[in-house]
Design a protein around this ligand. Sequence first.
Ligand SMILES: [Zn+2]
Length: 191
Amino acid sequence: MTPHRPARTANTLPRPTDPLRYLTGYSPAVLEQVRQLLASDRLASLLQQRYPDTHNIRSDKALFDYVQALKAEYLRSTEPLNKVCFDSKLHVVQHALGTHTSVSRVQGSKLKAKREIRVASLFKNVPPEFLRMIVVHELAHLKEKAHDKAFYQLCAHMEPNYHQYEFDLRLYLTHNEATGQRIWSDWSETP
Ligand SMILES: [Zn+2]
């Protein structure tokens, strides 16, 4: 007989309950507005009106080219990227804003830094503005590691509407979390 251990299944883990956690740091007035939009079911239509279309980046290859083009325009001097991909395993809650890694691996006698940008699969079905925002965010991390003033200045340099897009993306995540519904259709599920 094995010692009793409490079962730790998905059902018993604490469930996140407050969808507004994506908006931590915004003012109480803004949070109240969002709460009202959620309660009256108007958040989705507001976002859909503002962003009617989705982008057409269909594959990791297309995403790689898209990222490379932005990098060439704004961050020419940074080290080359080894890999860019959509990642379905990226947990939206922790990594909605993607991940940027610099993995060091020994190859032969050399230590090689491998630079990767992974974008959560959620971003396959979003407006072009949101994809641009997330890519700008991850690219900015090639130069600035922390989310500090220099980091956001670089983001805003690459995309002047960066802050608006990030806020609206957070609204979408809030909607997604609160209703379990997507707003934009999933191209990968259509024949
Ligand atoms: Zn970041």
